[in-house]
Write a protein that binds this ligand. Structure first.
Ligand code: ZN
Ligand code: MN
Length: 479
């Protein structure tokens, strides 16, 4: 058996979340409205109209380029990509071909073994989206609402080595897009679309064999399944003495199957030429510097900093930089708390993230502030409340908007750590449950937890668990 290596390059189309479309004033976020209600003469390709470039699209595209470590070119050009398809009313797409906004660049992916895989960016350009077609009861319908929505197309080099790495690339790219605020990056909604170029070669070889292109991959899971399916097909084909042909394949996610669409077009088929209705895109250095100043600390850099500055494990740092609001929440809470950052990390990973998940919120939309969280952790540290009460107080602070301290005070939640008060409760629980007490004394020691539960119930969860355990153990033995 020959060992094969998989070689993958990804082509992504990223919808920029601008207010208006790239060459006209139509809304860019309304393409899910009733068909053909969000169009104008420009984006529906009527003759005699002229495109006007939207600066916000250039700005977001340039910010993305900067985050991908691409050069932001001060002069770039728009070109016509000619092809005939019903969802493209002009008969061409305005795109950027040879001299585009971004030049080069890379995205680093953290690998499970702690190393980094550098994925190079071969192309990064602006273009307009096409419309959509829909097939229903034997009729094909066309909806132009999405025509002219701004896109960045980004093409990687053949640098990914497995379906998992391809999925990782998309996960990190999605994280980056949301972090920058340039795209909603929801794959299911088509804000982030992906085609995969896949080929195989014998392990150790450096040639690039004929690749196939898989289109219509609409989720991270589909990326994994579609690529693995295609790799298996290519291996079986080559093992049987066949040759891979340059097909374009369509991924049918419902049937988990690849279907041949056509033999792949070559670039010459598109007859690219400069867009005569637009001037060259000229940016000045001051404008570029302004964009560069907007660039925040990137997720990967923040992840590394969390590991070094706060001594967090990689796992924690990864989760706490999953999105920008949670990373900011964490840092603010650490500052407010002043103690061990790992304690803050634990509370966020166990309690806050679950809360965000349940409520469907981002960290900056929570009622409880980082200062509230810090106050809860401090009260637990001081023994004023126990861990379980701390969690309950957090939940109450979220729904009521009150501070954790006032909740503890108003509801009398401070821990009962007074020996005699606790002893009285324990005596009362034992007296009320003679049968259980008997069973316990006759060897059914598993009942210890049940007695703990009774004491906690009587004290409404306020009993200091450690002290309760000591006193209860004595009382049950009859000491
Ligand atoms: Zn329009
Ligand atoms: Mn494209």
């Amino acid at each position: 058996m020959t060992d094969y290596e998989t070689v993958i390059g990804l082509e992504t189309h990223i919808q920029l979340n601008t207010t208006t479309k790239i060459f006209c004033g139509c809304k860019a976020d309304s393409w899910e409205q009733p068909p053909n209600t969000n169009i104008c003469p420009v984006c529906s390709g009527l003759p005699g109209v002229l495109p006007v470039l939207n600066e916000a699209a250039v700005r977001k595209g340039a910010l993305l380029a900067a985050a991908m470590h691409s050069e932001i070119r001060l002069t770039s050009y728009f070109d016509r990509k000619n092809y005939f398809y019903p969802d493209l009313p002009k008969g061409y797409q305005i795109s950027q071909y040879d001299i585009s906004l971004g030049g080069g660049g890379f995205l680093d992916l953290p690998m499970p073994d702690g190393s980094m895989r550098r994925v190079n960016i071969a192309k990064l350009h602006l273009e307009e989206d096409a419309g959509k077609t829909k097939y229903e009861n034997g009729v094909r319908y066309v909806d132009f609402n999405r025509c002219g929505v701004p896109l960045v197309e980004m093409v990687t080099g053949p640098d990914l080595r497995s379906a998992d790495e391809a999925a990782q690339y998309l996960i990190r790219l999605r994280q980056l897009l949301r972090w920058l605020g340039v795209s909603e990056a929801d794959m299911e909604k088509g804000h982030l679309r992906c085609d995969a170029n896949v080929s195989i070669r014998e392990m150790g070889s450096t040639v690039l064999n004929t690749k196939t292109e898989i289109k219509n991959i609409n989720s991270i899971e589909a990326v994994r399944t579609a690529i693995n399916t295609e790799v298996e097909r290519q291996i079986a084909l080559v093992e049987a003495g066949g040759r891979v042909e340059a097909w374009t394949l369509d991924w049918d996610d419902a049937l988990k199957r690849l279907k041949k669409m056509r033999s792949k077009e070559t670039e010459a088929d598109y007859r690219y030429f400069r867009e005569p209705d637009l001037l060259p895109l000229k940016l000045d250095e001051a404008w570029r510097d302004e964009v560069l100043e907007l660039l925040p600390e990137l997720p990967l850099a923040r992840r590394t900093r969390f590991m070094t500055d706060y001594d967090l494990p990689e796992y924690d740092a990864d989760i706490l930089t999953g999105d920008r609001p949670i990373s900011e929440y964490f840092e603010a809470a650490v500052k407010a708390y002043g103690g061990d950052p790992k304690a803050v990390s634990n509370w966020i990973m166990n309690e806050i993230l679950r809360m965000l998940n349940d409520l469907g919120l981002a960290a900056d939309e929570l009622t409880i502030t980082p200062e509230h969280l810090a106050a809860v952790i401090r009260m637990v540290d001081a023994g004023t409340i126990n861990n379980a009460t701390g969690k309950a107080v957090l939940a109450k602070a979220q729904t009521s908007g009150k501070s954790p301290e006032s909740i503890v005070e108003e509801e009398g939640l401070a821990q009962v750590s007074d020996d005699s008060a606790l002893q009285a409760v324990i005596d009362q629980v034992l007296a009320a449950n003679p049968d259980e007490l008997n069973s316990y004394r006759n060897g059914k020691e598993g009942l210890f937890g049940w007695f703990m539960g009774q004491v906690m119930r009587e004290t409404r969860g306020k009993a200091d668990p450690q002290l309760t355990r000591q006193l209860l153990a004595k009382a049950l033995k009859g000491e």
